[in-house]
Design a protein around this ligand. Structure first.
Ligand SMILES: [Zn+2]
Length: 252
């Protein structure tokens, strides 16, 4: 990280690159807490993002609170200038992503030390084939529905067992399920990804999702993997940052 790595790169909003190799100038920091949310894991998380992302997280907190849900725990958003997060955590490089816990039970406001120690409960059974009734509730569905309707949201990644539960149980309007995509892990938190803000021509969106709610064979694939022979883990190689990002990272 360059000389100015702990501060936002100054100037107007400028987002460069892809979600897994990019950077941002003009980022703003999410407050430590707000209506309906508290940030956690402060020593290892980073809470900077595009102004529209930060506004989206605050909107999520407000709407969740208005719906009677307990405070949301928010962890990684992005570093002050984007780029890779520590620990091999992929994506989150453009200030357009946020990880939000799925636990919506009532909570008091925690101290900084308590926030450090929060462990988000998994919503998924140990066998990964369904949600865990000890933690899952209709209120989690409410949270996911609110998140899917946030302005500018592109997709929300959750464990395949959570997606399957929505496919099996959501009645009536289910068009919003298209926004909810199955992914590895993500059993205790959802990963919210926002599209590039308008006018950010150096910001590259992820290709659009296929049409439909994806409650189909593409979802079954995830469960077929659970009984497939284990594959050797692939080593993680971060992609190189765009050249323009190196200058942004190194600027004071
Ligand atoms: Zn994430």
């Amino acid at each position: 990280m360059g000389a100015g790595g702990d501060t936002a790169a100054p100037g107007p909003l400028h987002i460069i690159g892809h979600d897994d190799a990019g950077c941002i100038a003009g980022a703003v920091r999410l407050p430590a807490e707000g209506e309906g949310f508290q940030t956690i894991h402060l020593s290892r998380s980073s809470f900077w993002g595009a102004p529209s992302t930060i506004a989206g997280i605050e909107e999520l907190g407000r709407e969740a609170h208005a719906a009677g849900l307990g405070d949301l725990y928010v962890e990684d958003v992005a570093r002050p200038r984007g780029g890779p997060l520590p620990g091999g955590h992929v994506a989150h490089e453009l200030g357009l992503d946020a990880d939000v816990g799925l636990d919506v039970t009532p909570k008091r406001t925690l101290t900084a030390a308590e926030r450090e120690a929060v462990e988000l409960p998994s919503m998924v059974r140990a066998d990964q084939r369904g949600v865990d009734p000890a933690h899952w509730s209709p209120q989690v569905v409410t949270l996911l529905h609110i998140a899917a309707g946030l302005p500018g949201v592109d997709r929300i990644l959750v464990n395949a067992a959570i997606k399957k539960e929505l496919c099996d149980t959501v009645q009536g309007d289910s068009a919003w399920l298209r926004m909810i995509r199955p992914w590895y892990d993500h059993s205790a938190h959802m990963h919210i990804h926002f599209r590039c803000p308008a006018g950010q021509h150096d910001c590259v969106d992820i290709p659009p999702q296929p049409a439909g709610d994806s409650c189909d064979a593409t979802l079954q694939w995830w469960f077929d993997q659970l009984s497939a022979p284990p594959q050797p883990a692939k080593p993680y190689h971060p992609k190189p940052l765009p050249v323009a990002c190196k200058a942004m990272m190194d600027a004071p």
